[in-house]
Design a protein around this ligand. Structure first.
Ligand SMILES: [Zn+2]
Length: 81
């Protein structure tokens, strides 16, 4: 679902803390990219996260994405503000 080679390469590897951090940042970028398409696209992804992983996971993602969006991050590859 999230198009990132680094995530794909390490999908079967260990769960190092930096990888978890990378995956989270990648997912935030994915949300930001969806937001550039439309708010509805972003909302439907967040809805999916809510259903699959619960309230806390969805709100963490949403809050950080909102913060990053406010700083000008539009989900470009590797972008973090
Ligand atoms: Zn990634």
């Amino acid at each position: 679902m999230i198009d990132c080679q680094k995530c794909a390469d390490q999908r079967d590897g260990g769960v190092a803390l930096d990888l978890q951090k990378h995956r989270f940042q990648c997912e935030v970028r994915h949300v930001l990219m969806l937001r550039t398409i439309s708010r509805a696209r972003m909302d439907s992804y967040l809805e999916l996260v809510l259903k699959r992983r619960g309230d806390a996971a969805m709100w963490k993602l949403k809050d950080v994405a909102k913060d990053q969006w406010g700083k000008g991050n539009r989900g470009e590859f590797g972008m973090w503000k």
